[in-house]
Write a protein that binds this ligand. Structure first.
Ligand code: ADP
Ligand code: MG
Length: 697
C-alpha cells in the first residue's frame, strides 16, 4: 500500500499529485509519509500585543477586530483592520483575496491570529495572518503542536497551506493505519529508549506532546544514521575481510637505520601514533585504506617515508603521487636526500619525463631495482608496471579522488596498501560519513619550535602601509605572496584585474630592484611551473597570483602572504593560503586585506582566521557556515541530503549509530543470521533508494 500513487489518496487527486511530484518529488504514500515537518508551531503559547515589539518570529495572538476597511486605489489597494487585545492594538493587512476575507470576519467575534509582526511606519502590522475562530480551534484541540511542512512558492500559491498539509496527512494515516513494519532491532530501541516505528511516525506528523515529538525525531534521525553507517561499515569490513593485503611481517634494516641514524629530529607524539596505526594495518593481512589528515606543515612526508620503508623492508616497492609536477618534484628531492643515505633507488616520473628516462624507469620498475617511484598522474597510466608494488601514497586527496585510488589498486593482483594524505582538514563528523569506509589517522600536533603565522586584518585604505611593511621584510631577505581572488564570472576580467594590480605593485617597488612573478589561470601548466620555480629559487621576490598557488608549493623563505579582497575567499581557502608561509624559522605574516563593508559571514571568517591557526577548528566553523555539501566541493554536493538528521547537530547520535552498526556487523558482516533478516531487508531498500552512497569510496 505504501507504494500506491498519492493521486489515489483522499483529497489529492491528479492535479495536486502532479504538483507534489514536480515540486517535491513526492510520488507514493511512502514518500508522503517520509515528508517530515521541519518545524512546529506551539499552539498553546499566546502572546499579548504589548509583548511583540522585539519579536522577529511567527507569533500567536488572541483578540478582536475593528475598522475593517479597504484603502488605497489601483495597485495600492488593500484591506486593513485593527486587531486588539487588553494590552494594545496592531494592524492587519491583506493585499490579495480580500473580498473573501472581508466577508468572513465579524467585528464582534474573538479570533486567534498567527503570523510574523513587521514594523511599518512606526506601527506594528501583520500581513496575511492565519485566522481562526475559537470554534475552529476547539475542533483541533488535540493539535497542540502544529507541523509546518517543507514546501515551495508554487505549492503555497496553489493552496498548500499548513491546514491542507494536515488534512492530507490525516487522510494518509486514516488509510494506511498504524501498522508500519519495525525497521530497528528490538534491543536497540530498548537500550536507547527509542519509540517504535508507529509511535515515531505518528508523532512526527501529529505530535501529542513536546516530549513525544522529541523522542520521535531522535528515533527517526537515529534510523537514518544507523542505516547509513551500516552501509559504510559493511563496505569497510568487506574490504578488510575479503580483500587480501600484503603482509609486511617485519620492521627491518631500512626502517630501523632511518629511524635511528638518518631522521634528523624526534617524531612528534602524533606522528608516532600514526606510524603505529599504519604498522598495525600493514601486518594485519587486510589491505590498508587509510586517510591521513594533518595540517600543512604537520610532517606528513616523514610518515609517508616511514610507511614506504616498511614495504621495502619486506621486499616490496613503494610509490608516491602528487597532483602537480612541482609538488612531485619537491617530494622527490626531499625524499632523495634521505633515501640516498640508505642506499635506496628512487626516481621521478611525470608528464615531462623524457622517453629515454621513461624506458629506464619502466625497466627498473619491472625488474625490482627501483625501490620508490615518485610522480604525478603519469604513474597511474597502465603502461607503468611494478614488479610488486606494496604501498601507494597519494598526496592531496582533493585533486585525485576515488577513480584514481582505484587505478592504483589495480597495479597488482593483491592491491597495494593505500595511504591518502590530505592537508584539508575534514571535520570528524563529516569524515565519518564521507570517508566512513576508510580508516582515519590524524596528525594534530605541529613539530616543536615553529613560530605560528601571525594573521592580521587590514582595510584597503592601509594598503600603502602594508606595502611598506612588505618592502622592509624583503629587505631582510624574505619573499612575499600577493594573492587576488579569482573573478569567476569572466576569465577576461580576471586576467585584467590581475595584470592591473601587477602593474600597480610593480610601480610601487620600482627602483628597489625586486623582481616580481605573476601566475594565473590562463597560463599553460609548464609556464606556470617555470614562474613558480623562479620564485622558489628567489630569482623573484614577489609572487602575484590568483588562487592557483593554493596547493602545496614549498618556499620556506617566503614569510608574507598578503591576501587581497580576503572577504571573497572561503575559510578553507584562506587557511590553505596561509599555510604557504610559516615554513621557515622566521616569523611569518598573513595579512587579510578587506573592504570596510563586510557581510556578517565574511566577518566571522576573518575573525576565525585571526583568532586561530588550528585547521580543524577552522573546518568546523566552515562546516557551520556553509553546510556539508559545499565543503566537499561541487562534485559531491547533493550527497548529504539527509531526511531528518543534521550532520553537525547530530554528531553524537552518528557516533552511537556507528557503534551499533559495528556491533552487528562485526560478527555477521553480510547480515545472514536469521535475526538480522529484517535489517538486511531495510538496508537493501535504502541502498536502492539512496544509491548515491555507493559512489563514495
Ligand atoms: P606536510 O604535512 O605539510 O606535508 P612536511 O612533511 O612537508 O609537512 O613537513 C614540514 C616540515 O617539517 C619539513 O621540513 C619536515 O622536515 C619538518 N618536520 C616534520 N616532522 C618533524 C618533527 N617531528 N620535528 C621537526 N621537524 C619536522
Ligand atoms: Mg606535504
Amino acid at each position: 500500500m505504501l507504494q500506491n500513487s498519492i493521486k489515489y489518496l483522499k483529497g489529492i487527486g491528479t492535479i495536486r499529485a502532479e504538483l507534489l511530484e514536480k515540486e517535491l518529488g513526492i510520488k507514493t504514500y511512502e514518500d508522503l509519509l517520509n515528508h517530515f515537518p521541519f518545524r512546529y508551531i506551539d499552539r498553546t503559547k499566546f502572546y499579548q500585543v504589548k509583548d511583540i515589539r522585539n519579536i522577529n518570529a511567527d507569533i500567536q495572538l488572541k483578540g478582536k477586530i475593528s475598522n475593517l476597511q479597504e484603502t488605497g486605489t489601483g495597485r495600492k489597494k488593500r484591506l486593513t483592520a485593527t486587531f486588539y487585545d487588553e494590552t494594545g492594538d496592531i494592524e492587519l493587512v491583506w493585499f490579495r483575496n480580500y473580498k473573501y476575507i472581508q466577508s468572513k470576519l465579524n467585528t464582534n467575534d474573538t479570533y486567534i491570529i498567527y503570523g510574523r509582526p513587521n514594523l511599518f511606519n512606526r506601527k506594528i502590522n501583520i500581513a496575511h495572518p492565519e485566522i481562526e475562530t475559537l470554534e475552529d480551534r476547539q475542533k483541533k484541540a488535540f493539535l497542540k503542536l502544529q507541523p509546518v511542512y517543507p514546501s515551495t512558492e508554487k505549492l503555497i500559491k496553489k493552496g498548500f497551506s499548513t491546514r491542507l498539509w494536515t488534512q492530507i496527512m490525516t487522510a494518509l494515516f486514516n488509510e494506511v493505519g498504524l501498522n508500519f513494519k519495525e525497521s530497528l532491532p528490538e534491543n536497540i530501541l530498548h537500550e536507547l529508549k527509542l519509540p517504535d516505528k508507529n509511535q515515531a511516525l505518528f508523532n512526527i506528523h501529529f505530535p501529542q506532546s513536546l516530549e513525544l515529538l522529541h523522542k520521535a525525531r531522535t528515533r527517526l534521525k537515529f534510523e537514518e544514521l544507523f542505516y547509513l553507517q551500516l552501509q559504510l561499515l559493511q563496505k569497510n569490513l568487506h574490504r578488510k575481510r575479503k580483500i587480501k593485503g600484503h603482509i609486511f611481517e617485519q620492521i627491518g634494516y631500512y626502517f630501523n637505520t632511518f629511524y635511528k641514524h638518518v631522521l634528523p629530529f624526534e617524531l612528534t607524539g602524533a606522528q608516532k601514533r600514526v606510524i603505529k596505526e599504519i604498522r598495525k594495518d600493514v601486518k594485519s593481512g587486510a589491505q590498508m585504506n587509510r586517510l591521513l589528515q594533518g595540517d600543512v606543515g604537520s610532517g606528513k612526508t616523514i610518515v609517508a617515508l616511514l610507511s614506504m620503508l616498511m614495504a621495502i623492508d619486506n621486499g616490496y616497492q613503494a610509490s608516491m603521487i602528487a597532483p602537480t609536477e612541482i609538488l612531485a618534484q619537491q617530494h622527490y628531492k626531499n625524499l632523495k636526500t634521505f633515501t640516498d643515505k640508505l642506499g635506496l633507488n628512487i626516481n621521478l616520473l611525470t608528464g615531462s619525463t623524457k622517453k629515454k628516462e621513461r624506458n629506464e624507469i619502466a625497466e627498473n620498475l619491472i625488474n625490482g631495482n627501483l625501490h620508490i617511484l615518485v610522480g604525478t598522474h603519469a604513474v597511474l597510466e597502465d603502461v607503468v608496471k611494478f614488479k610488486n608494488l606494496g604501498i601507494a601514497i597519494i598526496d592531496e586527496q582533493h585533486r585525485f579522488g576515488v577513480a584514481q585510488r582505484a587505478k592504483m589498486w589495480r597495479k597488482n593482483t593483491i592491491p597495494p596498501h593505500i595511504l591518502v594524505m590530505t592537508a584539508t582538514p575534514i571535520p570528524r563528523t563529516l569524515a565519518l560519513t564521507h570517508y566512513g569506509d576508510l580508516d582515519i589517522s590524524i596528525i594534530d600536533e605541529l613539530p616543536p619550535g615553529r613560530k605560528p603565522v601571525q594573521t592580521i586584518h587590514r582595510y584597503r585604505k592601509d594598503k600603502l602601509k602594508v606595502f611598506e611593511f612588505i618592502k622592509r621584510e624583503i629587505a631582510k631577505g624574505h619573499q612575499a605572496y600577493v594573492v587576488f581572488p579569482l573573478i569567476e564570472e569572466s576569465e577576461m576580467m580576471d586576467y585584467q584585474n590581475l595584470t592591473d594590480n601587477y602593474e600597480k605593485i610593480k610601480k610601487f617597488f620600482e627602483g628597489t630592484g625586486y623582481q616580481i612573478s605573476m601566475v594565473h589561470g590562463k597560463m599553460k601548466p609548464d609556464e606556470k611551473e617555470a614562474e613558480m620555480l623562479k620564485f622558489k629559487n628567489n630569482e623573484t621576490q614577489i609572487m602575484v597570483a590568483t588562487t592557483v598557488i593554493e596547493v602545496g608549493v614549498d618556499v620556506p623563505n617566503a614569510s608574507i602572504m598578503l591576501i587581497e579582497s580576503a572577504e571573497r575567499f572561503g575559510l578553507s581557502q584562506l587557511h590553505q593560503l596561509r599555510g604557504r608561509v610559516g615554513r621557515g624559522a622566521e616569523q611569518s605574516y598573513c595579512i587579510l586585506m578587506t573592504d570596510y563593508k563586510l557581510s556578517q559571514e565574511a566577518r566571522i571568517r576573518i575573525e576565525t582566521m585571526t583568532s586561530t591557526n588550528d585547521g580543524f577548528k577552522i573546518a568546523e566553523v566552515d562546516l557551520k557556515l556553509r553546510g556539508p555539501g559545499n565543503i566537499l566541493g561541487t562534485q559531491q554536493s547533493g550527497l548529504m541530503r539527509f531526511r531528518i538528521a543534521d550532520i553537525i547537530k547530530d554528531a553524537p547520535l552518528m557516533r552511537t549509530a556507528r557503534q551499533y552498526a559495528y556491533r552487528i556487523l562485526k560478527d555477521d558482516m553480510n547480515l545472514e543470521k536469521p535475526e538480522h533478516q529484517n535489517l538486511k531487508f531495510f538496508l537493501q531498500k535504502q541502498i536502492k533508494e539512496t544509491g548515491f552512497w555507493n559512489l563514495i569510496g
